[in-house]
Design a protein around this ligand. Structure first.
Ligand code: ZN
Length: 201
């Protein structure tokens, strides 16, 4: 039996394995994995699989040192679910949002340096509204409306972008992209070397 490129490709771009009933640490896909650009489906069934996805997202975040937010497409599961830690002082409260929508955005913007678990070692300044009003469902399907601001608003918008197939480098200006060019190229090469199929920009 040969373990050629085709097998490797299958392994790296498999159907979602993080969406089942098993508790486990999930693999975070790295750009340019196609999962980061795929359409993410609305969640309509609030079942054990969804609960376990939430548990696994938080477990995975805790394992990834410094990670504060993770969206389902980053673990190869193309559904509209995100998890993040709302950090207040030395307390971190886990937030799990299902089918979130931005109802209203603040007109004021600010800029801050962002990083992403799908882009290890890459960072750059991103301009975003300072607050957003959100409607989202809980893990049990209950609808909640709330307004967030500051760092939590930034974090939410970063993860929300993932649900629309947008990644933070899409927001970087040319000079920031240039600064990260080598690292981005390395990620592309790494993805290709691992036999990744259909990379997307
Ligand atoms: Zn990200």
């Amino acid at each position: 039996m040969r373990t050629g490129t085709s097998l490797m490709a299958a392994a790296i771009d498999m159907p979602p394995t993080g969406y089942d009933t098993q508790r486990k640490i999930l693999d975070v896909v790295k750009w340019p994995h196609p999962s980061l650009r795929r359409k993410n489906e609305e969640v309509t069934v609030f079942d054990e699989k969804l609960h376990m996805l939430a548990v696994n997202l938080f477990d995975t975040l805790r394992k990834e040192g410094g990670g504060v937010g993770l969206a389902a497409p980053q673990v190869g599961v193309n559904v509209r679910v995100m998890a993040y830690f709302d950090v207040q002082g030395d307390k971190a409260v886990g937030k799990l949002l299902v089918n979130p929508k931005i109802i209203k955005r603040g007109e004021d913007t600010d800029v801050d340096i962002e990083e992403c678990l799908s882009f290890p070692g890459i960072k750059g300044p991103v301009v975003r509204p300072t607050w957003v009003e959100i409607e989202a469902q809980t893990i049990d399907g209950k609808v909640r409306n709330f307004r967030i601001e500051g760092f939590q608003a930034r974090l939410f918008q970063h993860e929300y972008d993932h649900l629309d197939g947008v990644v933070f480098i899409d927001h970087l200006d040319q000079s920031s992209l240039d600064k990260n060019l080598l690292k981005l190229q390395n990620q592309k090469n790494e993805y290709a070397n691992e036999g990744g199929s259909e990379p997307m920009p």
